[in-house]
Write a protein that binds this ligand. Sequence first.
Ligand code: LFR
Length: 481
Amino acid sequence: MTVLAAVDLGASSGRVMAARVVDGDRIGLTEAARFPNRAVQVRGRLYWDVLGLWSGVLDGLRAVGEAAAIGVDSWAVDYGLLDADGHLLANPYCYRDARGAKAKADVLARTTPETLFALTGIQPQPFNTVFQLTADAPGAHRALLVPDLLTYWLSGEAAWEATNASTTGLLDPATGDWSAAAADAAGIDLGLLGPVTPTGTVLGPVLPEIADATGLAAATQVIATASHDTAAAVAAVPYEGPNAAYISCGTWSLVGTERDTPIATPAALDAGFTNERGADGTIRFLRNVAGLWLLSESVDTWRRRGHDIDLADLLDAAGKEERLRSVVDPDDPRFADPGDMPERLRAYCAETGQPVPETPAQIAACILDSLALAHRRAIDALEALTGGAVDTIHIVGGGSKNALLCQLTADATGRPVLAGPDEATALGNALVQAQALGLIGPGPDARRAAARASAQPRRHEPQGPQDPWEQATRRLSGPPQ
Ligand code: LFR
């Protein structure tokens, strides 16, 4: 039985999973280590503690003990800058750092969102690498996206893995290579980036110092898996039919489908959609909806104030609250920063003339109803933009464990929701590695068959009428009452 180590770094925790390839057609995951992650604020700037994450990864690899290969995935867009000797110049910034908004405004004074969207298919968001890079001090030799940085530390090989490279806003979706035109328009030096690395490339063995530090065999291979966590999760969606959409649900809800070609039209730009690269070179046509971030920031706020919050109890209580009493647009920019989320939710509801949620259960109900409603809007927009009907929704990732959100999404969209796998990202990461090593047959069909064999989704049938959700959608888009 072959073991693969899937290193999966998320915005609130990192984990190292031991993935066992069983009978050549399914993967069993066990968690070898989990460690907290959060953006760290210093003098008004927001960084990732990348060295803390690195220590957690090494501990996790030690706990795995024996692996044929390692693959690293994480959130997108953020990067570390290296000097000419390959040393880290500074702590990577978190994509929620305020400099992104200013950098975006500066770049868009020289070019337009339409130009960048037409060249790259990537929705211009303040956190895109293309904007962040313009705010850095000059002098760096290379920029490596976070999973590529860890992969470099593990193997000594610098890679720019394709799925995550696409999120930079600097890749041409037609060629799959860097877009000189986008770089010129934004004023970025493409010399910071090396050749795009195909997903699934075996980069080589771990460095001797890593074998020493972790006890892994010197022959353990490092693989450029689908290093964008969303690409890894989408690679493991256990589709049962051709007309399904996915929601990769965690800190964010990424709502979309997979296609052969990008949709870089003004309508797609206006609707907030983006065209990221899939593990098989497909296009992940999706919309970023601010996801369970609103809930996790609320829980953090309550806990900081000394409240004893049990998540299961909170969700139970939220399920019993009156539905759609007050709803927000989770993508309102006011919710993007870390901090007192309950207060911002209350202010939004007050400003829009809705009942103000007071208790944690009311606030959690407001967040979950709002997310389900946002999922409904995104699915409607997806159908309109692609011209294809969506008959089933797969919710994968940590959010698929939230049965209330899955049920509300089924109710809001009027479509069955298939929930799970909740470790879709680690599963996708491991499946791509297994394919790179020839342990599972090539191509998306073999991988999805293995994903289906590895995890059985839970089914949520839609209940109740659609009218309240339609009314709530109108309430959200209409003028304040
Ligand atoms: C999800 C995710 C999204 C990306 C956001 C920021 O974890 O990777 O796909 O838009 O984080 O990097």
